[in-house]
Design a protein around this ligand. Structure first.
Ligand code: NAP
Length: 300
């Protein structure tokens, strides 16, 4: 039997993820707070629901991809939220990056209605969402994971069941330490290249396939040297994730001095009103310290 799928949250990530579920042949019902963002999906064949409760009532598996912890709580628990419409035996897959603790509370509340939940945060940027190549780190019961796998496979390429409820969010925090640490290294490296007078395009080309290569360097390095600050992932949301890392580290007694420093650097950019730029604009915090900028490279 083909599962009926619902999708709540059609932002930068949700657009591509939901389109790939539709392409894989699942009947899809969607909802987004700002209604216009559903237009392309509806034109491609998705049903439009009036609210999250209606999505849940029309679906066996409900995928959520909204911004932050209170937003996931709202779309599940509000008066017209998922809980108000969901059928017993359904599965909720939360692909947002949120608190592992709140994830466990939501899972418990859903289980009281015979609804299973997976935390399934993703990595791979807007490109990965559009191309269906996301890495997805999943927490929850093994049988629920098996049932949800065809839908996860429609959205991602590397899908790992990492443990019980909340484990997916914990692994996502690990992921975020690596992402921002990497972006700081890319920023320092490109500033040094600029000051040293070498060609920035050739520098990236020369190092990206060696031991220093990374997704951030390959995908965001070229954006930095073109001064293209359009977001794959906005600074405001990146800061939300860094805050989740710092909270978890404090609870667990883990020193994260590098991540704490990066949090401070992003703060300076938010103070300058740059919160909706991409997370690669971290380089601007170092440019401010350096007193010079990375020169734009033309495409010609
Ligand atoms: P985004 O473009 O800002 O989209 C956020 C989505 O959440 C929008 O659909 C927004 O609706 C919805 N939303 C926010 N608050 C809501 C609320 N209270 N009630 C209902 N809907 C609400 O963000 P995104 O980049 O797609 O990120 C979504 C999630 O994926 C976040 O948890 C983020 O950390 C995670 N993530 C993002 C990336 C990335 O590279 N972008 C990568 C991995 C993981 P409106 O359209 O009405 O604003």
């Amino acid at each position: 039997m083909t599962e009926k799928v619902g999708f709540i949250g059609l932002g930068i990530m949700g657009q591509g993820m939901s389109a790939n579920i539709l392409k894989a042949g699942f009947p899809l019902t969607v909802w987004n707070r700002t209604a216009g963002k559903a237009d392309a999906l509806v034109a491609a064949g998705a049903n439009l629901a009036a609210n999250p409760a209606e999505v849940a009532a029309n679906s066996d598996i409900i995928v959520i991809c909204v911004s932050d912890t209170p937003d996931v709580e709202a779309v599940i628990l509000d008066q017209d939220g998922v809980l108000a419409g969901v059928k017993p035996g359904s599965v909720v897959i939360d692909c947002s990056t949120i608190s592992p603790i709140v994830t466990r509370e939501l899972s418990r509340k859903l289980s009281e209605h015979d609804v299973a939940m997976l935390d399934a945060p993703v990595s791979g940027g807007s490109e990965g969402a559009a191309n269906g190549t996301l890495s997805i780190m999943v927490g929850g019961q093994a049988d629920t994971f098996e049932r949800a796998l065809p839908i996860l496979e429609a959205m991602g390429k590397t899908i790992t069941h990492v443990g019980e409820t909340g484990a997916g969010q914990t692994v996502k925090l690990v992921n975020q330490i690596l992402v921002v640490g990497n972006m700081l290294a890319v920023s320092e490296a490109l500033l040094l290249a600029q000051a040293g007078g070498v060609d920035l395009e050739k520098t990236i080309q020369a190092v990206k396939a060696g031991a220093a290569g990374s997704w951030m360097l390959a995908n965001r390095g070229p954006q930095v040297i073109r001064r293209d600050w359009r977001p794959g992932f906005m600074i405001d949301l990146q800061q939300k994730d860094v805050r989740l890392v710092l909270d978890a580290a404090a609870q667990l007694g883990v020193p994260v001095p590098g991540t704490a420093l990066i949090h401070q650097l992003y703060n300076t950019l938010q103070n300058q009103g740059l919160g909706s730029e991409g997370n690669h604009a971290l380089v601007k915090a170092l440019e401010n310290l350096a007193g010079f900028i990375i020169e734009p490279v033309s495409d010609t």
